[in-house]
Design a binder for this molecule. Structure first.
Ligand code: ASC
Length: 160
């Protein structure tokens, strides 16, 4: 005996299924699970921190200034600087191991402002590095460090 579904009904059900999965894929973030978002943003901040510390050590005169190394570190920082901020997605505030404070989600305008400030300072540092004057790189790197700290003070658990 043939199925009670006519082929037209089956086609309609199939279309509906496709439509639903397309819509839910659209509604989903780029991250499959909230913990993926946390790993992604932590990896980004970690890499930026590593390259910023290398650059800053030279900028502050703690390590001999090597213009090529400063440029290379700067390129990494510039490439990554916007990425972690795409990963503070809803639900990722509840993931075990996140050091992000609830204020990231409860004060989104303030958090965005802090992120914008950081990115603006990174832009200025990039210009200073391009300009090739170590004194200007020093000042701009100091301002980037301040913008990292300002965001940590308000949006990251203490002691991290
Ligand atoms: C760094 C680094 C940060 C900032 C911050 C400045 O080198 O990894 O997150 O500077 O500590 O206060």
């Amino acid at each position: 005996m043939r199925s009670t579904f006519t082929s037209t009904t089956r086609l309609s059900l199939l279309s509906l299924l496709c439509l639903c999965s397309a819509l839910s894929a659209q509604a989903q973030s780029a991250f499959q699970r909230p913990s993926d978002a946390v790993e992604y943003r932590q990896a980004g901040f970690e890499l930026m921190g590593t390259h910023f510390r290398r650059l800053n050590a030279m900028a502050q005169g703690k390590v001999a200034y090597d213009a090529k190394a400063v440029e290379d570190n700067m390129a990494v920082i510039a490439a990554i600087s916007k990425l972690p901020f795409t990963a503070f997605v809803p639900g990722s505030d509840k993931v075990k191991g996140t050091e992000a404070l609830p204020e990231v989600w409860s004060q989104p305008a303030k958090f965005q402002e802090a992120a914008d400030k950081f990115q603006a300072e990174v832009g200025k540092l990039q210009a200073a590095v391009k300009g090739g004057k170590p004194d200007e790189v020093k000042v701009a790197a100091g301002a980037v460090g301040q913008s990292c700290k300002a965001c940590h003070d308000n949006f990251k658990q203490k002691g991290h």
